[in-house]
Design a protein around this ligand. Structure first.
Ligand code: FAD
Ligand code: E0Q
Length: 461
């Protein structure tokens, strides 16, 4: 692909979005520099070797495929075909995510994925600079100050355009905010999370089904676990910090945590011989939604990924959304001569969609910790699957639009609302689904919902 004009881009943050964007821009022949605060994990490994994983869905995978990295990523991924629900009482039950086998999501190792993306960026010609933390920006002079927290050295660089892929606590965002009001709105969830490990069996096998996302819903809180290729699971407890009972404050040490697990998650406790050590070693982190009304400072700086729109993790879409941002910014920068126009078009394209997935992610917390266990919800879900069967490409469950299609999030939110109303109405006061007049519903659906365009439906193949 011959560039119209070769430009210079300075990316702050070599995380998931920054590394992938660097690979795409460098491939177009631009000069790309990435400044990453952390050391080069390709030398030392991530987070003291802790395995943290993420769910990759069709839309994220589609962007990786466009970058030529799809197969390499899938080679290190574990397919998750549904939720395995572990209720407080009663039978463990499996709820498939989709209708067919290829409707699955993928558990990927965050550290390994980041390494793969950094390698791809470097191969494409991007220059990576580690131990380089953005500390200050002089936007008038287009100069930025970078601090090496390892040897305390400081350097200044000149830039044409800064791209902030520096995550939820973005330093570039803070620097931009001093020049222009971004209308930052920070909404803490009030709940945090702690990561714990489920080790493999002695023979290396998985202790629980490997092809599922496991979830222990408990009403106001929940535990989840995602599989890793090496037989382990990374479990995450989501729980209120202080308000409500139980909460993290009431679990100050490993002994209290053990009692809590014995009461609330006895079957999970049996899978976690290292709970006490994990509890003490791993931090409790916070969760929040961050909304901005502006994502760019004319043509000098723009924010992508979590830096622009951090969200709560309950739809497993933060990275997927960040990868869509990367594809959009790459395309728009190729289409527009001027960075001002490219950044403005990027914000206009992506902000409504980011806000939609932020809203759906918040809703999914309630759905996950509560409703998956609830009879009304399960009846609606059963009808939803029937209607999806009768109207492929038209009545597509919201979860499926988000996870298995490239339907813009804002469209998924809107159509999802319409569909939910229909499901609630049709199942109200009804115990037996066979008493529902499906042909009447068919007519309403054909009338009320246009088929989704083919190119949104194409599963990232
Ligand atoms: P990051 O991945 O955070 O990368 C930011 C990078 O910038 C880092 O490398 C950081 O070191 C660097 N940096 C920070 N400050 C500076 C600075 N001043 N100077 C230079 N470099 C800097 N998403 C999914 O799609 N699926 C999931 O299943 C999922 N599960 C999640 C579970 C949890 C508990 C959480 C918290 C999030 C989850 N997410 C998930 C969301 C996902 O982690 C983020 O959306 C994604 O990492 C965003 O990518 P990013 O590149 O914008 O930011
Ligand atoms: C997914 C896949 C952290 C996290 C990631 C996820 C999901 C959940 C609950 C959580 C949602 C779901 N989900 O199962 O509906 O689909 O990524 Cl907590």
């Amino acid at each position: 692909m011959a560039p119209v004009m070769s430009r210079a881009y300075t990316i702050v943050g070599g995380g998931l979005a920054g590394a992938l964007l660097a690979a795409l821009l460098a491939r177009r022949g631009h000069r790309v520099d990435v400044f990453e605060r952390r050391p080069d994990a390709r030398l030392r490994g991530y987070e003291g070797g802790r395995s943290i994983n993420l769910a990759l869905a069709a839309r994220g995978l589609a962007v990786l495929r466009e970058a030529g990295l799809g197969d390499a990523v899938l080679a290190q991924a574990v397919a998750m075909r549904g939720r395995m629900v572990h209720p407080r009482e009663g039978q463990i039950n499996f709820q498939p995510y989709g209708r067919v086998d290829r409707e699955c999501i993928w558990s990927v190792h965050r550290g390994n994925l980041n390494l793969l993306l950094l390698d791809a960026a470097e191969r494409a010609g991007a220059r990576l600079h580690f131990h380089q933390r953005l500390n200050y920006v002089d936007f008038a002079a287009r100069r930025a100050e970078l601090v090496n927290d390892h040897d305390r050295s400081v350097q200044w660089i000149d830039f044409d355009a800064l791209i902030g892929a520096d995550g939820a606590g973005s330093a570039l965002r803070a620097a931009m905010q001093r020049h222009v009001d971004l209308h930052e709105h920070f909404e803490p969830l009030g709940h945090g999370y702690k990561e714990l490990e489920i080790p493999p069996l002695e023979d290396g096998g998985f202790r629980i089904a490997r092809d599922a996302l496991h979830i222990w819903p408990r009403g106001g809180y929940m535990l989840i676990a995602l599989p890793n290729t090496e037989g382990t699971f990374t479990a995450t407890l989501f729980l209120a910090h202080r308000d409500g009972t139980p909460n993290f404050e009431q679990l100050p040490d490993a002994a209290a945590a053990r009692d809590f697990f014995e009461r609330e998650f006895p079957d999970a406790l049996a899978l976690m011989p290292g709970l006490a050590a994990d509890w003490a070693d791993n931090p409790t982190s916070g969760l929040a939604t961050l909304r901005l009304r502006r994502w760019h400072l004319d043509g000098r700086a723009v924010l992508i990924g979590d830096a622009a729109h951090a969200m709560v993790p309950f739809h497993g879409q933060g990275m997927n959304c960040a990868f869509e941002d990367v594809a959009a910014l790459d395309r728009l920068m190729a289409e527009h001569e001027d960075s001002v126009d490219a950044f403005a078009a990027f914000e206009a394209d992506r902000r409504p969609n980011a806000e939609a997935i932020q809203a759906m992610a918040l809703e999914n917390y309630v759905e996950m910790r509560d409703s998956v266990d609830n009879p009304d919800w399960r009846r609606q879900r059963a009808l939803e699957l029937q209607l999806a069967e009768r109207h492929p490409g038209r009545f597509v469950p919201r979860y499926s639009m988000v996870s298995f299609t490239r339907t813009p999030y804002a469209v998924a939110l809107e159509r999802g609302r319409w569909q939910r109303e229909l499901l609630v109405e049709a199942t109200r006061g009804i115990d037996d689904l066979s008493s529902i007049d499906l042909t009447a519903l068919d007519a309403r659906i054909v009338d009320g919902l246009a088929p989704l365009p083919e190119d949104w439906l194409e599963l990232a193949r």
